[in-house]
Design a protein. Structure first.
Length: 219
């Protein structure tokens, strides 16, 4: 009798494990497919063909890598924003990143890099509470009043940002910064797969930006 009970318990555990694994696989690949397919036709890599908008939103990343080396994601996003501004495709640049600690300030680093590249300081707006892509997109709408925006980052990141922006009823297109092809780029893209899974978790459970605050007028 005890052996039968043990066998039934083991069978239930195996069924549960199989169902859980199947759910994870569907979630993992389904989230990626949904976000990737949704962004089709909404991203540009050529400045001349990119539509115009009042504001370009640069999504934050650290200026340097863990070993103090220059972060190419940061460099390429700055270059993309400068190219759009110089071509007259955007009038203002909203830089949104993490400033959760005193000694870590993505928005200020992005602003300084943009100014060094010739962008007037009065054309740059800082969002210090862009802790995640979700925060950056929701705050662009609810704090900075942008219903239509060009999001500036690497392609894989833009795909997710577009999906999140449309979740908040924004009209979003992406301008793709140059890709990073080294090993660090591979690691980032692996992490991106799990970030895409979390998008649907956040939407399902109604997760919102950590902070909103008083409206800020651009222009």
């Amino acid at each position: 009798m005890e052996k039968k009970v043990k066998t039934k318990r083991q069978k239930r555990i195996k069924i549960f494990a199989l169902v859980s694994l199947s759910f994870f696989i569907v979630w993992f690949f389904g989230a990626n497919w949904a976000i990737e397919s949704n962004a089709e036709g909404k991203m540009y890599s050529d400045v001349a063909s990119c539509p115009s908008a009042t504001v370009g939103l640069v999504l934050g990343t650290s200026k340097t890598g863990r070993k103090g080396n220059p972060n190419l994601y940061f460099q390429y996003r700055i270059e993309a924003a400068v190219a759009l501004y110089n071509a007259g495709k955007i009038k203002y640049i909203l830089v949104s990143g993490d400033n959760g600690q005193k000694d870590y300030d993505e928005p200020t680093d992005m602003r300084d890099a943009l100014i060094a590249a010739g962008i007037p300081s009065d054309k740059i707006v800082l969002d210090y509470a862009g802790f995640r892509t979700l925060d950056s997109m929701e705050r662009a709408l609810k704090v900075f009043g942008q219903k239509e925006i060009i999001v500036i980052s690497q392609r894989f990141h833009n795909e997710r940002a577009i999906y999140l922006g449309e979740h908040f009823d924004m009209k979003v297109i992406g301008f793709n910064a140059k890709e990073v092809t080294k090993m660090s780029g591979f690691k980032t893209k692996v992490r991106e797969r799990f970030a895409r899974m979390k998008v649907f978790w956040d939407i399902l459970f109604g997760v919102n930006a950590k902070f909103l605050g008083a409206p800020v007028k651009i222009g």
